[in-house]
Ligand binder design. Structure first.
Ligand code: HT7
Ligand code: ZN
Length: 900
């Protein structure tokens, strides 16, 4: 496959000023007339014009209204004899394409009879020949024509300037987008849709119309999305002074979509999963996802659309920044400090269990990758989530400890400068970092900018080792921080990173100690940020007189950098942090570490996994958290959830998935039994009756009752008690909302109770007409623990269920994706049958949708650390796929890297 290199970037030889696009929409043969005004880029030496095109039928090319010579070369339309001067010229290209046959869901395709487009990253070339690259920005005028009865709604970017009837029952609409944009932000939608509309007046006094388009019958599920959109608009204007720059902003939902959503200018297209929510069909987690994805796409309107990427290697410029912005938005929406902490912990959990795994495996790549074969494979956790952490570290490093400890003001200054400097441009990650530094001269970011940018260039997760010495006589505490980053593919050696380490020191009784570094005249508070930029650095804290015991360091507060921290803290120190740390993140982290250490010991021990993995002191400390009178219930639920199987797998050299599962099950059972009375109390003390509301306070309550029910059913598995499984089943039957149903069914499935079967049956009966609930129904089964080794057979049988649709990405992911990505102990079977299943599904899906297949292919990319017999069997499955004739470049890139 052809590899694209970042260093090969050259500016476009031609620029496109205007595009007049005219589409006669027809499922079998859509006619596209593309009239473009182009000119030579004066900064580039003259060369032929090469336009990208994929799966297009070319009918005609006219240059300034007359025939001209052209050729097709490797999919590109090449024109050699173009006017030599700087004057603009017009090119008219007439092509046809077949949306009905488009199963890739890139370019123009049909979903349930409605036309949709998906152009990021390289989908526009499936609609017309074009300079399909993000640094070519043009103004678009789009005319859509279609049968009025079948396609009453015709939408594109910008403003509707004209519409009317045509002969033969057809109609047309003309849309004009005043904002120049790259082709990846082009969109159209045509079909039978209904809409919810909301008029708003922005802070600056301008009126705007917001619309959400869905299929008839789904309108009552759009309120939460609309509320989220209004909140995001208000938030961006209030926090960063970034207003909505459009009169009309539209969201359209489709049930056939390769990813979550797409930020097309003024016409966002969403996977239904991230728009539709009603109490009867969506869980608390779904409501939270709708809020954050709606915000994410809206926030792209500035970070991505007004200022976009020069080339796809810079993807994190818009994605890392926008994830950071949507995370901040969700934290601000959460309102209370503890709800903010809960959101931060949830984000870090994803980062550490999944992005750290990516960084440690064959797909490891820098936040700004250096090469790719298929760009769709690089919409990764590294580009998105680690990219967001890089932006967050910048915020920390531009902070002024005294005036602005969180760095919000400095960061807002940097963002303002970035948008002023680059509005309307396609730029690089360097440009973003430079604007941040220039707006904050003298900050740690500005003074160490070149070294800081290694976060963009170097893959891998740095390790930080903390060691300390305390001299009670001098009242001096010396903290030594050491950093090291393991080699990653193509990067054997790493330069030191600039790592912000937020910290506090606690006395043995839990008191926060004042922080004064050697050479400073006085202490500055009880929390501060150190900057580690050398391989080893020592920080000496003074003034700590009168302490009998060494201070306990609370390091990397709020997870101030995406690193793996090793400390010498013993269990007593961890319990002190768990009980007293003012930093909620580190309080949670202390609880996780206490469990993790004992789980690792059980993992490494010989013989069967014992039932008493956790010691009594840990159980008591966790009980105290559960019973705490003030802590937030959602925080308690997170704290009492043992580290995930994926996270555990990252901690060991030799991965044995069924044993990891057994250890975690043992810990869950131990917690369930040892804290039984406390779980009963938690369940009863947090009633969840009453009308469903998705707010943080009520969803926090439901988080804890859900966990309590799960634990009580698990305890019943050991005791044979029928009461709690009976209650769970009753809740499934009477559930007032989907969160209750989902949690109760999960409690039955995760305790392997026989009542799970009738509960599943009822759920299907009741919700069989709701696609998003059916997705949950499949996912619940595919991700359930495999108590008796029959799960694979069940999943295989479900492939033939009348409601299973392989071609629908959501449905395929809900069954096959859940089994392969979220159920390691069931996938990794000694007989290799899980891998055979994976291989068959990857090949089957690759034949019609390579993007979805490539994501699935990644499920066993980390075969190297597996113990035998899994290792050899997984490698064999990968090489079988690699050798399959006709494999897509997407899947080929994944399996080739995995086998390298
Ligand atoms: N920017 C969007 C990325 C996306 C995408 C990429 C490739 C193929 C299909 C796609 N759908 C959406 C989503 C986002 O990050 O906001
Ligand atoms: Zn995005």
């Amino acid at each position: 496959a052809t590899v694209v290199l970042r260093h090969d970037y050259t500016a476009p030889a031609y620029l496109i000023d205007r595009v007049d696009l005219s589409l006669d929409l027809d499922p079998v043969k859509t006619r596209v007339l593309n009239r473009m005004q182009l000119r030579r880029n004066p900064a580039v030496t003259p060369q032929p014009l090469r336009l990208d095109g994929t799966d297009l039928n070319l009918a005609r090319v006219l240059l300034n209204g007359a025939g001209c010579s052209f050729r097709l070369d490797a999919g590109q339309l090449v024109l050699e004899n173009l006017p030599a001067g700087p004057d603009p010229f017009e090119l008219e290209i007439f092509t046809t394409c077949c949306p009905e046959k488009n199963t890739h869901l890139m370019g123009l395709y049909l979903s349930q009879g409605t036309f949709f487009t998906q152009c990021e990253a390289e989908g526009f070339r499936r609609i017309s020949y074009f300079l399909d690259r993000p640094d070519v920005m043009a103004r678009y005028r789009v005319t859509l024509r279609a049968h009025q009865a079948a396609y009453p709604v015709l939408l594109s970017n910008g403003n509707l300037v004209e519409h009317g009837a045509l002969e033969g029952g057809r109609h047309y609409a003309v849309w004009d987008d005043p904002h120049p944009k790259p082709s990846y932000l082009f969109a159209l939608v045509a079909g039978k849709l209904v809409q919810r509309e909301q008029k708003i007046i922005s802070r600056s006094g301008k009126p705007h119309t917001l619309q959400i388009y869905v299929r008839a019958g789904d309108l009552d599920k759009t309120e939460h999305a609309m509320q989220s959109l209004m909140a995001a608009i208000a938030w961006d204007e209030a926090r960063f002074g970034l207003p909505l720059d459009l009169e009309r902003f539209m969201i359209v939902a489709t049930s056939d979509f390769n990813m979550g959503a797409m930020e097309n200018k003024g016409l966002n297209i969403f996977n239904t999963k991230y728009v539709l929510a009603s109490p009867a069909s969506a869980t608390d987690a779904d409501y939270a996802h709708v809020e954050s994805v709606v915000a994410h796409e809206y926030l792209h309107n500035w970070s991505g659309n007004r200022v976009t990427c020069r080339d796809w290697f810079q993807l994190s410029l818009k994605e890392g920044l926008t994830v950071f912005r949507d995370q901040e938005f969700s934290q601000d929406m959460a309102a209370s400090a503890s709800a903010r902490a809960v959101k931060r912990i949830e984000d870090v959990r994803v980062l550490r269990s999944s992005q750290f795994a990516e960084d440690a495996g064959p797909m490891a790549h820098p936040v700004r990758p250096d090469q790719y074969a298929e760009i769709n494979n690089f919409y990764t956790l590294t580009v998105y989530e680690k990219g967001a952490e890089v932006v967050r570290m910048m915020q920390t490093l531009v902070s002024d400890a005294a005036l602005d400890p969180l760095g919000r003001a400095g960061f807002a200054r940097g963002l303002k400068l970035y948008f002023e400097r680059h509005d309307g441009q396609a730029v690089t990650c360097d440009d973003f970092a430079q604007a941040m530094a220039d707006a904050n001269p003298g900050s740690a970011l500005a003074t160490q900018l070149e070294a800081f940018k290694r976060w963009y260039a170097q893959a891998g997760t740095p390790r930080v080792q903390a060691n300390a010495q305390f001299d009670p006589a001098l009242g001096q505490y010396t903290l030594e921080l050491r950093q090291h980053c393991p080699a990653t593919p193509g990067q054997p050696h790493k330069e030191p990173f600039v790592i912000p380490v937020a910290l506090g020191l606690l006395a043995a009784d839990g008191r926060a100690l004042p922080l004064q570094l050697e050479g400073e005249s006085q202490a500055t508070g009880t929390s501060r940020t150190l900057v580690l930029s050398a391989p080893v650095q020592r920080f000496v804290f003074t003034g700590l007189v009168g302490l009998e015991h060494a201070p306990i360091p609370s390091l990397l507060r709020s997870f101030s950098a995406p690193v793996i921290l090793h400390t010498e803290l013993d269990a007593d120190a961890l319990r002190t942090l768990l009980a007293h740390d003012s930093d909620a993140f580190n309080r949670w982290e202390a609880g996780q570490l206490l469990m993790l250490r004992q789980m690792l010991a059980a993992l490494h021990a010989s013989g069967p996994v014992r039932p008493d993995v956790l010691d009594a002191a840990t159980l008591e400390a966790l009980r105290a958290v559960l019973r705490h009178p003030e802590l937030d219930p959602a925080f308690k639920a997170l704290l009492l959830t043992a580290p995930s199987e994926a996270y555990l797998a990252e901690q060991v050299q030799q991965v044995d998935p069924p044993r990891i599962h057994a250890v975690r099950l043992s810990v869950r059972s131990q917690l369930a039994q040892a804290l039984h009375a406390d779980w009963v109390w938690a369940f009863e003390a947090h009633p969840t009756e009453g009308a469903y509301r998705p707010d943080a306070v009520s969803s926090a309550r439901r988080d804890l009752t859900g966990l309590a029910l799960n634990m009580l059913c698990l305890a019943a598995r050991a005791s044979g008690d029928a009461v709690w499984p009976g209650k769970a089943y009753q809740r499934c039957k009477d559930a007032a909302h989907m969160t209750e149903l989902h949690q109760s069914l999960q409690a039955l499935l995760h305790s392997g109770h026989a009542l799970a079967e009738p509960a599943l049956e009822r759920m299907h009966q009741r919700h069989r007409h709701d696609d998003l609930v059916l997705d949950k129904w499949f996912a619940l089964q595919a991700s359930a623990p495999d108590f008796d080794g029959t799960l694979l057979a069940r999943v295989q049988a479900l492939l033939h269920h009348p409601d299973f649709k392989l071609r629908n990405p959501n449905r395929a992911r809900s069954l096959i994706g859940s089994f392969c990505h979220a159920n390691p102990a069931a996938l990794h079977r000694p007989d290799g049958a899980g891998y055979a299943f994976w291989r068959a599904r990857v090949l089957e899906i690759d034949a019609f949708n390579p993007q979805v297949a490539a994501r699935l292919a990644r499920a066993i990319e980390r075969w190297q650390p597996l113990v035998e017999p899994y290792r050899s069997a997984a490698r064999k499955a990968l090489s079988d796929v690699a050798q399959h004739p006709g494999l897509s470049p997407d899947v080929l890139e994944i399996v080739t890297r995995a086998l390298a």
